[in-house]
Design a binder for this molecule. Structure first.
Ligand SMILES: [Zn+2]
Ligand SMILES: [Zn+2]
Ligand SMILES: [Zn+2]
Ligand SMILES: [Zn+2]
Length: 289
């Protein structure tokens, strides 16, 4: 059961030992999710790594805090980090995505996990690998590519010269080069809040022709085909601000009293131990988002 804010024990960052900032976030159905963030190392600790289920507003708060943390320079993540709760060495979770082996760390004893900013987004399928087409688009728009994980500016020419192979990494923090997957990101953000949120209020103005591009509709402008490229959290911010007021103005799924779900399931096949085990397996392996 998640600890209440008053009982949440302060944790030291496994990498730099500074006390992490407790960051309570809104979870699904209004359940609080407690996270701890180190703004020096751009790391986030989650007590129940697999169970973390943030609401749309929870994501907005987290991304805003991540963006502020990126104002301080961050180096690469160190190897051999220990669990800030029990001291056991954290183990990498090998998660094969289109970005290769690039995963979070998990404590084998407490099941809590540690993730870098981009890792957390990548595991939930909210980002995609930066492509040559993204770079060409940014060049056309006279914008600079940036590292989504640490916010550092990347030299476009250096990226183009072959950084975009399988091992493309930021030279400051060693994160793979990623951009926000706009349709997936905004679809997830809005659908986590309510069944129907009017996404047209989130339109972004196409850099190619100026037409309104609604981010859940696709990765390119429907009028001129120009790609929507969001390489950094700073560039995401104006849309996040609009998303926040949209979410606050739309009734959410609301809090459910603790145990109400189990009560509903009593006498139902879904309340059996076998079903629960299948649900757990499905959640663990397929519902990473
Ligand atoms: Zn730290
Ligand atoms: Zn532990
Ligand atoms: Zn970086
Ligand atoms: Zn356009």
């Amino acid at each position: 059961m998640p600890a209440s804010p008053s009982t949440h024990k302060a944790l030291s960052c496994p990498q730099c030992s500074v006390v992490m900032e407790a960051l309570p976030l809104e979870g699904h159905y209004g359940q609080p999710v407690h996270t701890d963030l180190c703004a020096r190392c751009n790391l986030i600790w989650l007590d129940e790594l697999e169970a973390v289920n943030l609401s749309g507003l929870g994501w907005v708060t987290l991304l805003r805090r991540m963006r502020l943390a990126q104002q301080e320079p961050t180096g690469p993540q160190a190897a051999g980090l220990d669990c800030p709760r029990c001291g056991m060495q954290l183990k990498p979770i090998h998660n094969l995505t289109s970005m290769g082996r690039f995963g979070e760390l998990e404590c084998p004893r407490c099941r809590g996990g540690l993730a870098g900013f981009a890792q957390l987004l990548a595991r939930r399928g909210l980002v995609r690998a930066m492509t040559r087409r993204d770079l060409d688009t940014l060049k056309e728009e006279k914008r600079e590519p940036a590292c989504l994980n640490c916010g550092a500016g990347l030299e476009r020419e250096a990226c183009a010269r072959g950084l975009l192979d399988e091992d493309a990494r930021c030279r400051y923090c060693a994160s793979p080069l990623l951009v926000i997957d706009m349709p997936r990101f905004f679809t997830a953000l809005l659908s986590r809040h309510a069944e129907a949120v009017e996404a047209e209020h989130l339109a972004w103005s196409c850099f190619g022709c100026g037409a309104a591009v609604e981010p859940t509709q696709g990765a390119a402008c429907r009028e001129c085909g120009h790609l929507v490229v969001v390489p950094s959290l700073i560039e995401l911010q104006p849309l996040l601000d609009r998303a926040e007021s949209l979410l606050r103005g739309t009734p959410g799924r609301g809090a459910r009293p603790h145990g109400s779900r189990l009560h509903e399931l009593r006498g139902d096949h879904r309340a059996t131990a076998l079903y629960r085990m299948f649900s757990w397996l499905r959640k663990r392996f397929f519902d990473a988002l």
